[in-house]
Design a binder for this molecule. Sequence first.
Ligand SMILES: Nc1ncnc2c1ncn2[C@@H]1O[C@H](COP(=O)(O)OP(=O)(O)OP(=O)(O)O)[C@@H](O)[C@H]1O
Length: 576
Amino acid sequence: MPALATGAGHEPGLYELLAALPSQLQPHVSRPEDNTFLQDMFGERSLHSLIKIHEQLQLYEESKPVPVLDSAAALAHELSKELEGKSANGEIKELLHLLAKPHVKSLLSVHDTIAKKSYDPELPPLPEDIDADEDSVKIIRLVKNKEPLGATIMRDDHTGAILVARIMRGGAADRSGLIHVGDQLKEVNGIPVDDKKPEEIIRILAQSQGAITFKLVPAVKEEAPSKEPKVFMKALFDYEPKQDKAIPCKEAGLAFKMGDILQVMSQDDATWWQAKHEGEENPRAGLIPSKQFQERRFALKRPVATLPLQKTPSRQSSGFRRSFRLSRREKKTNKTMYECKKSEMYDMADVPTYEEVTQYRRPSGAKHRLVMLVGPAGVGLNELKRKLLISDPQHFSVTIPHTSRAKKNQESDGVEYHFISKHLFDTDIQNNKFIEYGEFKGNYYGTGLDSIRSVLSKNKVCLLDVQPHTIKHLRTAEFKPFVVFVKPPRIERLKETRQSAKMISGKDDKGTAKSFTDEDFQEMLNTAQTLETQHGHLFEKVIVNDDLSAAFSELRLALKKVETETHWVPVSWTHS
Ligand SMILES: Nc1ncnc2c1ncn2[C@@H]1O[C@H](COP(=O)(O)OP(=O)(O)OP(=O)(O)O)[C@@H](O)[C@H]1O
């Protein structure tokens, strides 16, 4: 931008800069509406006023003003009293009128507060009727602002006493350091609480303004002050405390979404942990269900979406992908020709709650993270993979599958397939060497773990396109998979974009191509929905494959970031 033209030897003030900006910017703005917007914005009167105030304040700051007196309010009061007795002329009347105005009074009071620099709230004196025998009683005064107190209370079932149940980390009560878990609450603002229900006490607290006085019997053992814990958990489910009937105090709850990173501040309570969102400035923690509690609830509820999947229909569906993606060499024919032998059942042992995570950045020269692409069949995984391979064949690669079928004349071992005997294939299955395998026309086909290792050891990014149930087997420190879910757009866009697309059907051995039907689209969407419900917590990136080139660019960028930026990964991946 060119330098602003200001008078020689004259420092441009903010105000002048603002006035000059629209004309200075004009040559750089092509659209008239942008120009109008800029003119309006910089011409806004309130902005000009603010800048003027800013400049004036700066002048004051430079001259370091000190208050002449810090009792302007009292002086004004005295003056008013004195003038009231005098015979009133017009000017005196006006002055009295001005000094009586609440705004002027407030202004003078604010002036005095600032002049005295007395920003702390004034507390009323301690009550005189403290029982001398009650040496264990603590009187505490906290000044309440809009922020909640950050403590929960409960009635002790045996003694009936009202106890402090929980102190939210970083909240007002915690910061005061005066209230502790187990303290017995005797009075709030002089009101005895022994006979009150916790809800009534909460109401009293909510209605209290300014300083609140608590009379407490301290708990026997006071909590040792602890350092801010550095446990980070990735949330694997959505949580909304307002909808949670079990939470002891809805206002104290912390809402979060699947994929959010939470800093867990306390796991002292078996049922309710305390946490805040990672990076959140506000130190106050909120309640979240503990891992164990959430697992228990999940097991009891067991929503329909997590029940075992239906058996694959006999019809060759465009739903769950059953291929091992043997098509690295344009050989789409083999894509869907065999059934997968691995279970597609949802594993109830993997209840998605929280996963402890830590930040990880791939050291330069270290092996790349495995890139797993998942999505419903026909959504475009192959197409995206193909584009990546073409875009940078030196950087991206795919696995070479194994087969027990005989090698054809034009084929070479280790190019189209690794050709091995049926016996060896069987042994490898027993030894868990395959991520996926299947049988077609009496021959085995499969993707081996070693074939991934082989790609990674060449310092290439391995693109793997598999069924989602395999993700959990590959989530190891060795592979550190980055899981991308490719999702279809809404049905109208799906139909629009796939008008000339062909689906490769594996129904017959020839892998004939056919156009998508409405049923195929619907099935693709249903499958996507099911995959997301069941495995969504494992997806690190979701890409909607609407416009193909946009989806490709998004994928490319995400993969670049995985290679160069810091990401949250399971703690266990960095401990090896
Ligand atoms: N965004 C898109 N816009 C238009 N056509 C697309 C788009 N994405 C994929 N296609 C087309 O859809 C068809 C299916 O894509 P592709 O073979 O990549 O799917 P897939 O997920 O690998 O499915 P399958 O598991 O059945 O092999 C192809 O003809 C492909 O060119």
